[in-house]
Design a protein around this ligand. Structure first.
Ligand SMILES: Nc1ncnc2c1ncn2[C@@H]1O[C@H](COP(=O)(O)OP(=O)(O)OP(=O)(O)O)[C@@H](O)[C@H]1O
Length: 244
């Protein structure tokens, strides 16, 4: 479970997070939905220990991301908004490199690398270097890197940005598989359809705060709307910076 408690973060005079509080349970997909600039990436970066909050805590399975960053990070797989692949390495080498960074070695490492290659259906790519890969192929390698240490938490920043329909479908299927295995999945998006299609719970963010949270049905009930899209617009007060 990921718990964010009263997180505040400013960049000079920009108040990116303002006492942000929510939690993402295990075995569920939680969507962080908000317009551009709402603070989603800032929040995810604090959870992953890349940024420090001025106030508040981010707990991963009870481990404080700020106080025990390495232990916290071992519990998390991160799928970044840009797939930073090392084009000189083969796919197998890249995934093994990430496994090493997370402390895997020897037979366990070999075993996990082989498993994720199989899981993501990239056996045919495994010995190729990633230069020239399509977006969908890059996405799969990035996901394999995120999952190789078998994390109990998966964080994705705008996961389907730039992906075509087929790749988006594959990504969604993998996220559903991970959910069925009990993984806590938290992803950010400013695309309503994506959130509506995938999420068990939605945390609607605006101006660094939670504007509303709940299941899609609860959000519709809260706003008296039957369509989730209308509910989001009502909660945020505008559709600016949100994509259908
Ligand atoms: N390193 C930084 N330096 C200065 N300001 C920053 C920095 N990072 C984020 N901000 C500001 O903090 C606010 C929140 O940004 P953040 O990237 O977290 O929003 P977001 O919800 O992820 O937006 P988007 O959907 O556009 O990615 C914005 O006003 C942004 O300009």
């Amino acid at each position: 479970m990921i718990e964010v408690k009263q997180l505040s973060k400013s960049f000079k005079d920009v108040n990116a997070l303002n006492s942000l509080t929510f939690s993402a349970p295990d075995g569920q997909i939680t969507g962080l939905l908000g317009p551009n600039g709402a603070g989603k990436t800032t929040c995810l970066r604090i959870i992953y220990g890349l940024l420090q909050a001025q106030q508040g805590q981010a707990l991963i399975n009870g481990i404080d991301a700020n106080q025990q960053p390495i232990q916290a990070r071992r519990q998390i797989g991160i799928f970044p908004d840009k797939f930073g692949l090392y084009e000189r390495l083969t796919v197998r080498e890249q995934i093994a490199y990430f496994a090493q960074l997370h402390g895997l070695a020897g037979e366990k490492l070999e075993q996990r690398v082989a498993q994720v290659i199989e899981q993501l259906d990239i056996v045919e790519l495994a010995n190729r270097k990633s230069a020239g890969f399509s977006q969908g192929q890059r996405m799969k390698v990035a996901l394999a890197q995120a999952l190789v240490h078998d994390p109990k938490h998966l964080i994705l920043d705008e996961p389907s940005r730039g992906l075509d329909v087929m790749s988006t479908r594959i990504l969604r299927d993998i996220l559903r598989e991970q959910r069925a295995q009990g993984t806590c999945i938290l992803f950010s998006s400013h695309v309503m359809q994506e959130v509506a299609a995938l999420c068990d719970r939605v945390v609607v963010m605006a101006k660094g705060k939670v504007a509303a949270e709940g299941t899609p049905d609860e959000l519709c009930e809260l706003t008296g709307e039957s369509a989730l899209e209308e509910a989001f617009v009502k909660i945020i007060g505008s559709d600016e910076g949100i994509a259908a």
